[in-house]
Design a protein around this ligand. Structure first.
Ligand SMILES: Nc1ncnc2c1ncn2[C@@H]1O[C@H](COP(=O)(O)OP(=O)(O)OP(=O)(O)O)[C@@H](O)[C@H]1O
Ligand SMILES: [Mg+2]
Length: 458
């Protein structure tokens, strides 16, 4: 469960790239023209929204053709000099190694040069990058793939990039196209699902397949089955689109007053807004100073919200809202990262995940409380933790509690922190056969080996 599913299930061949058959076909034809020796356009531009498979498709093409790949992405220092060094000089000669050393034609095969996130490169201070890329797309002796989200921003900087490249568009797939991929991943992970749950995830991702796969992983963690209920909050569409607008105005916008207006228009309490900010601000604010100021304002807002809760004085909401909108916007002095799609707060996701366990805990607390003449909240706080600990260590106590509280298998499993079908649960129930529904467990035990003894029985 711990591996990143977006990496694990990255399409490794062009035929597995979902939802963009036309783009894939154009990429294949372009590669054919290179192999035929006379490409009309030496460089390809893959353009389209985040998470639609551009990087994956470029790598898959290289793999399919047996071409090596030299990748330069935004984490590299991509000044004009470095592009010249690695890509240009290498691409003039026929072949070169992964690190950009030049090989004679007989030792090395063809290498495709992939300049990922090429549009973010154009925003940089280093003006040398643009001429270096223009030169690259005009003269390269090796295939070049530029990957961008916004081609128009890039072509405005230089019209020769437009004339010297073949542009291929990637589109967002429809939800119905994304669902089969999510289903295949869930099956591979042994997770059951309602079709509707996967549909809600796909809908919510708005064509960003990376986001859909990521949400699936996060929602499925700790579950054996994903139901429509589990993903319910994802379908609260209207408030979500408001939230995305607010995030954009606060974290990526340049006008603090506009950020404040967006905050006042959003139909969510500051309690919810702070969760969104907390999730997304650190992904967008990359400069240490921005992050520090951002957290200062967020923590201040949190203090106000705490005071609202304690004193029930809602006047403080105004201060918290100002800190989270105006304040957070003003905290960023550097450029926003502005690449990723905003994320749904993981805290809310995990709350919905733990909803059933919280409900179980409350029901048990009430039951135990009735038995001990205590309120449910006293029982939850003072009795349940020690009862659970004692029951884990003592079989006789386990059985007698199961009997006197008339616990069923699920309640016992919760108290013992063990699976419902574990020996601990079964043995406690079989010693305390009070109800009909416990009979099958007792009957089943006869065919099974002796329960494992725990440490305290030795
Ligand atoms: N067309 C697709 N088919 C299958 N999986 C996909 C597709 N697009 C994206 N994914 C999933 O999303 C992940 C990210 O995709 P990829 O890096 O190719 O997107 P991208 O278009 O390059 O996005 P960005 O513009 O943010 O770089 C993949 O590892 C894969 O799990
Ligand atoms: Mg990419």
């Amino acid at each position: 469960m711990s591996a990143d599913w977006t990496e694990l299930y990255r399409p490794r061949s062009l035929s597995k790239v979902l939802g963009n058959p036309k783009a894939v076909e154009e990429m294949r034809r372009w590669a054919d023209s290179w192999e035929g020796g006379g490409p009309t356009k030496r460089a390809l531009v893959l353009m389209g929204p985040p998470g639609t498979g551009k990087t994956s498709a470029a790598l898959a093409l290289a793999e399919e053709r047996g071409w090596g790949a030299v990748e330069m992405n935004s984490s590299d220092q991509r000044s004009g000099d470095i592009i010249r060094e690695v890509a240009l000089r290498g691409s003039y000669s026929n072949t070169f190694s992964d690190s950009g050393e030049y090989l004679s034609t007989d030792t090395g095969g063809r290498k495709v040069i992939i300049l990922d996130e090429a549009d973010s490169l154009f925003g940089r201070e280093d003006k040398g990058a643009v001429p270096a890329i223009v030169e690259l797309v005009k003269k390269t002796l090796q295939p070049v793939i530029l990957i961008v989200n916004d081609f128009y921003a890039l072509s405005r900087k230089s019209s020769s990039i437009k004339t010297h490249t073949l542009q291929v568009k990637f589109y967002r797939p429809r939800a119905s196209q994304t669902v089969p991929l999510l289903a295949a991943i869930a099956r591979d992970q042994g997770i059951g699902f309602d079709e509707g749950a996967l549909h809600a995830i796909a809908e919510n991702s708005e064509g960003d397949i990376r986001a859909a796969v990521r949400d699936l992983q996060s929602l499925a963690s700790g579950r054996e089955r994903l139901t429509v209920d589990d993903v319910q909050h994802l379908s609260e569409r209207s408030s979500r689109s408001d939230m995305f607008g607010l995030m954009a105005a606060v974290l990526r916008g340049s006008d603090p007053a506009k950020a404040r207006r967006a905050m006042s228009e959003v139909d969510e309490t500051p309690e919810t807004v702070i969760l969104w900010m907390d999730e997304n601000m650190p992904r967008d604010y990359r400069e240490p100073g921005d992050l520090m100021r951002g957290y200062e304002r967020l923590s201040r807002a949190d203090i106000y919200l705490g005071r609202v809760r304690r004193r029930q004085y809602y006047g403080f909401w105004a201060y918290a809202s100002a800190m989270m909108s105006f304040g957070l916007n003003e905290a960023r002095h550097g450029k926003p990262a502005a690449r990723e799609r905003f994320r749904f707060p993981s805290y809310l996701m995990s709350m919905s995940r733990s909803k059933s366990s919280r409900a179980m805990k409350n029901a048990l607390a009430a039951k135990v409380g009735r038995h001990c003449h205590r309120s449910a909240s006293q029982s939850r706080q003072d009795i349940l933790p020690s009862l659970s600990l004692m029951m884990r260590h003592s079989l006789p106590l386990r059985s007698s509690m199961a009997k006197s509280l008339e616990l069923d298998a699920e309640e016992l499993a919760f108290l013992l922190d063990s699976p419902v079908d574990s020996e601990e649960v079964k043995s406690a129930l079989s010693e305390a056969p009070v109800e009909q529904k416990q009979q099958p467990a007792a009957a089943k035990r006869k065919e099974e080996p002796r329960p494992q003894r725990n440490l305290f029985e030795f």
